[in-house]
Design a protein around this ligand. Sequence first.
Ligand SMILES: Nc1ncnc2c1ncn2[C@@H]1O[C@H](COP(=O)(O)OP(=O)(O)O)[C@@H](O)[C@H]1O
Ligand SMILES: [Mg+2]
Length: 314
Amino acid sequence: MRVRGLRKTYRTFSLREVVAVDHLDLTVPAGGVHAFLGPNGSGKTTTIRMLLGLARPDAGSVHLFGTPVPERLPDVIGRVGAIVENPKFVPGFSGRRNLRLLATAVDVPHTRVEEVLERVGLRDRGVDQFRRYSLGMKQRLAIAATLLKDPDLLIFDEPTNGLDPEGIRDIRATMRGLADEGRTVLVSSHILAEVEQVADTVSVVARGRLVAEGTVAGLLAGEGSARVRVTVADPARAHALLAARGWAVQVDGRTVEVAGAPGPSHVNEALARGEVFADEVVVLRRDLESVFLELTGARPSTVRPDAVAPAGAA
Ligand SMILES: Nc1ncnc2c1ncn2[C@@H]1O[C@H](COP(=O)(O)OP(=O)(O)O)[C@@H](O)[C@H]1O
Ligand SMILES: [Mg+2]
């Protein structure tokens, strides 16, 4: 999936213009789980609605499987399964009967219903009424419904919202399984911790704009702003060598902390060229939640994300 320059504004009742999505670029590699992260109100649902042709962009382009959307949406919509709004199931019908109803509507054999029930771990509960399901089971039934047509791309808008930890684990495991089958899963969330473990790649948005993209590990390492701590015999000389590169340096005894270097190897190299050899080099990992807050909060980001491989975009 490839989104370029996507923009959407809403006009409120008082005719104030709200920019919901602002020149958004999004690259979702084919295969794997891609998290679409951002605080509430950052434009995730609006973006997803535009991906699915449910809202019309003011500007920008969307390609699904290389096909322009919404222009040629009918060509690809059969390969996409999505949960955007709360899916409508009949409360008094069993999970199975609900899915059979949907299967008939999209012309899929009922044998497929059994497959998808199995897939989301609801086969044994298929006879139970929908209204008796836990929130997590309802959400898994919704996922099952999106799988009826055997889609290549799944788009889930905040599927773990309101779920207990066990429900979140179930959804995560289901998404992982779908990705392992070679499908692409785009999952939005405003809580990084809920998707961090399952996401192969992430896009972080704030106020309708992309603020970072890459791998979770890349965001954590914060390439471009690594903090590195070295232990050396001659800290004064190390200080001089590192400061000469324009990096922020703090000395405490024999340890020297460097901020702003492109990476630990650069720090190492700067020292070695000055014939200072580190006894210890430690890359100071940042706490993921603080990275997320920094990226999406008022403070400008210092993180330059690593690039998502553009090859084979879904
Ligand atoms: N139909 C609408 N009319 C007016 N404003 C809207 C509408 N839908 C969303 N917005 C506004 O657009 C912004 C983005 O909303 P949304 O896409 O729902 O964000 P998210 O899904 O990330 O929480 C918010 O400021 C929201 O209030
Ligand atoms: Mg939303």
